[in-house]
Design a protein around this ligand. Structure first.
Ligand code: AMP
Ligand code: TRP
Length: 324
């Protein structure tokens, strides 16, 4: 049997360049070597969403993004988290072996408390336990994620280790797998690219929208006039561009240093480059969008396959814990 790779993303909106470069490229690559299981984690999204009216639309958009990016339903299972409710049962069982102190020190919990002080809900604290349940329900060994998820993966390993120590060897210890770009900075030039911070570039934008969005990027704050020499090493537009077309960007960086190229021109080059890189993805996405019933079928079929595995693991867990 092939080893399993599992990952998830929250349906909080369309996928952005951070998701694409930090995670999706690995989902696609790894499905050739492992059995892929990719999950649209709608329950996790509820920890941040107060307005859930767009949830179904977001799930559909995320599925389109993934399929167009190359996750292949013939090689991988794609499904929606809440369609396999066994995960919530496992979450409750794992919560009994997770010390509260482990959860209180998770850095992402502390960050969320700062970002959404009006909505510090119980689910937010249990977020990494639910994420552990996601992974171990499928006994996945490899988990492609961006750098921001490393503390969660560390906890997932600790929880599985503790479960194994208490009840006997049941779960493999899941290992994170990063891409070459594990942390993409957003258009503000300082924070992680994120939908919630509104500093993202969605991959499904039109070419015109991409240009408009990239034009809002913060560059070198010391460069106030076109004639000022720039400092590309601290500029996120330069950084993003470098990771699309390596060699030519060094020429643009030199032009920035000598003020022969302005920030607007530099941003235009970046936007054009993003548009070129994502052209075929966008064409595939537009074609898929004409077949919504195909997407629904893929998700229904994915849930069926995932549930068969989930039931088996949950039965084993309950037996080990003395529940049956
Ligand atoms: P999310 O959209 O937060 O559910 O994230 C889905 C996946 O994308 C996770 O593996 C994240 O670690 C990854 N990811 C999200 N934002 C970024 C970013 N700015 N840079 C790199 N990876 C990211
Ligand atoms: N917490 C992840 C994020 O915000 C999403 C996620 C949920 C996940 N369950 C997972 C990622 C399991 C990897 C494995 O991006």
């Amino acid at each position: 049997m092939r080893k399993r790779v599992f990952s998830g993303a929250r349906p909080t909106g369309r996928q952005h360049l951070g998701n694409y470069l930090g995670a999706i490229q690995n989902y696609v690559k790894l499905q050739d070597e492992y059995d892929g299981i990719y999950c649209i984690v709608d329950i996790h999204a509820l920890t941040s969403l107060e307005d859930t009216s767009k949830l179904q639309e977001n799930i559909y958009e995320l599925a389109l993004d993934w399929l167009a990016a190359g996750i292949d339903p013939k090689k991988s299972i794609i499904f929606v988290q809440s369609h396999v409710p066994e995960v919530m049962e496992l979450h409750t069982l794992l919560s009994m072996v997770t010390p509260l102190s482990w959860l209180l020190r998770v850095p992402t919990f502390k960050e969320k408390v700062k970002i959404q002080p009006q909505n510090v809900n119980y689910g937010l604290l249990g977020y990494p336990v639910l994420m552990t349940a996601d992974i171990v329900l499928y006994k996945a060994e490899v988990v492609p994620v961006g750098e921001d998820q490393l503390p969660h993966l560390e906890l997932a390993r600790e929880i599985s280790r503790r479960f194994n120590n208490l009840f006997g060897d049941t779960f493999p210890e899941p290992q994170a797998r990063l891409t070459a770009f594990p942390l993409i900075i957003g258009l503000d030039g300082k924070d992680k690219m994120s939908k919630q911070l509104d500093n993202d570039i969605a991959i499904a934008l039109s070419p015109e929208e991409t240009i408009e969005r990239v034009m809002t990027a913060v560059t070198d704050p010391a460069r106030r006039y076109r004639a000022d020499p720039g400092h590309p090493e601290i500029c996120n537009v330069h950084w993003l561009h470098k990771n699309f077309i390596q060699e030519e960007e060094e020429i643009h960086a030199d032009q920035c240093r000598s003020a022969t190229i302005g920030c607007v021109e530099h941003k235009m080059l970046l936007a054009q480059d993003i548009n070129r890189t994502l052209k075929s993805f966008r064409q595939r996405r537009a074609a898929l969008a004409t077949k919504p019933e195909y997407v629904t079928d893929v998700l229904a079929d994915g849930a069926r396959q995932a549930q068969a595995i989930a039931r088996e693991t949950l039965g084993e867990v309950k037996q080990r814990m003395g529940l049956i």
